[in-house]
Design a protein around this ligand. Sequence first.
Ligand SMILES: *[C@@H]1O[C@H](CO)[C@@H](O)[C@H](O)[C@H]1NC(C)=O
Ligand SMILES: *[C@@H]1O[C@H](CO)[C@@H](O)[C@H](O)[C@H]1NC(C)=O
Ligand SMILES: *[C@@H]1O[C@H](CO)[C@@H](O)[C@H](O)[C@H]1NC(C)=O
Ligand SMILES: *[C@@H]1O[C@H](CO)[C@@H](O)[C@H](O)[C@H]1NC(C)=O
Ligand SMILES: *[C@@H]1O[C@H](CO)[C@@H](O)[C@H](O)[C@H]1NC(C)=O
Ligand SMILES: *[C@@H]1O[C@H](CO)[C@@H](O)[C@H](O)[C@H]1NC(C)=O
Ligand SMILES: *[C@@H]1O[C@H](CO)[C@@H](O)[C@H](O)[C@H]1NC(C)=O
Length: 542
Amino acid sequence: MRLGVNSFNFALAASFLVSESLAQCPDYTTYSQAPHDPRSSGPLGLPYMRPAPACRTFNSSAVEKVIVDMKSLLKDPDLARLFENTFPNTLDTTVKYFSKSENLAFIITGDITAQWLRDTANQFAHYHSLLSVDPDLATLVKAVINNEARYVAQYPYCGSFQPPPESGLAPSHNDWADGVTVNPQVIHVSNSGSFSLTRECKSRPVNNQTVFECKYEIDSLCGFLKLSRSYYNATRDSSFMNANWRDAIDQIFRVINEQSQGTFDENFNFISYYNWTGGNHALSPAVDNGGNGEPKAYTGLVGTHHRPSDDLSVFAFLTPANAMLSVELMNLAHLLDSTGQLRNVSQQAKEWSARIQDAIWKTTVWDAFFVVCLTSDTQQVVDNIFAYETNGFGGRYVMDDANVPSLLSLPYLGFLDKQNPAYVATRKLLFSGGNPYYAAGKKFNGVGGPHVDAWHPWPMSHISSIFGTDDDQEILQSLYIIANNTNGLGLIHESQSIYDPTSYTRSWFAWANSYFAEMILDLAERKPGLILKQNKSYIPGK
Ligand SMILES: *[C@@H]1O[C@H](CO)[C@@H](O)[C@H](O)[C@H]1NC(C)=O
Ligand SMILES: *[C@@H]1O[C@H](CO)[C@@H](O)[C@H](O)[C@H]1NC(C)=O
Ligand SMILES: *[C@@H]1O[C@H](CO)[C@@H](O)[C@H](O)[C@H]1NC(C)=O
Ligand SMILES: *[C@@H]1O[C@H](CO)[C@@H](O)[C@H](O)[C@H]1NC(C)=O
Ligand SMILES: *[C@@H]1O[C@H](CO)[C@@H](O)[C@H](O)[C@H]1NC(C)=O
Ligand SMILES: *[C@@H]1O[C@H](CO)[C@@H](O)[C@H](O)[C@H]1NC(C)=O
Ligand SMILES: *[C@@H]1O[C@H](CO)[C@@H](O)[C@H](O)[C@H]1NC(C)=O
């Protein structure tokens, strides 16, 4: 939308120069699969995995300072090396295009050349405190927000996108989107900029030059909101709230209204605002009920079709995604109030935030059900447990999937305190055989998900878990499970086999690297004595 055609040639020339200078750089997917010297001096001897300076995709002196600081502060040289590799990974490797004059930036996830709304919000989360001290970094994040605002305004149901045309970068082909039909395809809100459900639907295919994948995942929209409020919080600059951004906000409320409704109305008319097929030779699995997913009944929660892992939801109401939505809608209301903008939207945001929060506590917390322990045939009664998914008919799925938002990450998301009894009980269950997607081997354990398979848990689950506890022993245990299981590569991978230390997925997964570094910085502030030489909090940018 509103693509500036005039400056297209300039952008082409600029991106040509970047790709020219990066031409001799090794592909980081390959680079990240082999260890590079020098090694860290701790027992793990971890390699140095940053690309050569000339191959880095964005330079920030503020980021370099944090690396120097942390290397001298951390007790364990292996952890220092992991921090050094992971903290700059987003800037080192994923900024495919940035134009200050166009106010656009294209950020890839790592080994997949597409911009996911969820991933980018997380890829930048650990830099927030630096935005007030590094104006160029702040300008980059503002350009990311503007690029995403255009995507969301046009395709609020899609989660992953192609480069903006101004970049001159070619779109990538996504095999997983082949053979998939998405309905409705393009929606134009007839009175753009105003909040109205009146729509004009045109049956045009989702444009694969703009969209990489159009699975509907409500947390993608939360990622966009999180990035927006974090940027404002750090910079107090409200100039990102332009027409694109306001259109995107309107579309987010449209999705919330549509996807909170039950599957049938009172006369059993079938309600479908969005459907996604798959099947018919598509690599992606088909979605039940003509692409609409399992039926759901109104509870106040907002449904989703796929999980943050891009896997099919079993039940539509994903508890952790709704928790994130509730938090981010309240943050949105605060943002609008403090900038004096869209007071009416702020009111709606507060109402939805409260409604969702209320529905989470009333409909997703379960008492008194039986769990069979793997190691014995005794049954155990557990209480006060969050279900991962519900459907409003009483259906529930007690499990967790490692991708954030997850149940383990509820404190990280800002939904509840880590001491909350329901969280404490749920966390305990999730790290046990009572969670179908928990698995443990001799060296590695954790929570995974069906995205890879049940015996490849994700290091990310331990990162979420560290954010969810104040117990020093639990923190150190999780920290070293992560550090010990990088297959000697010094980066955070997507998943790791419990049987085979050399079997892992995604050597280049920028979000996981950022999340690890964010967790280390959280510990440096919250529990300095545990990981730093001195028991004194370190806060970047301070
Ligand atoms: C980052 O700095 C290095 C020099 O240290 C330079 O070669 C490289 O081109 C810079 N990268 C960008 C994107 O400006
Ligand atoms: C877009 O779709 C067309 C028609 O299905 C296909 O030929 C083309 O390869 C697709 N392009 C991308 C970038 O996926
Ligand atoms: C809020 O007010 C603006 C400007 O008057 C209007 O365009 C928009 O539709 C309203 N939004 C809601 C949620 O009522
Ligand atoms: C704003 O920034 C402060 C300080 O960095 C942080 O503690 C707070 O959680 C942030 N709030 C939001 C809504 O981002
Ligand atoms: C899929 O969505 C389209 C457009 O919203 C709608 O016309 C159609 O009835 C839906 N199909 C099913 C099976 O729900
Ligand atoms: C990590 O590996 C070290 C040996 O390098 C071992 O002493 C420690 O127990 C391991 N920690 C965990 C949590 O696996
Ligand atoms: C660090 O200081 C805090 C607060 O004074 C204290 O509770 C904690 O035990 C200390 N940690 C270490 C490892 O000394």
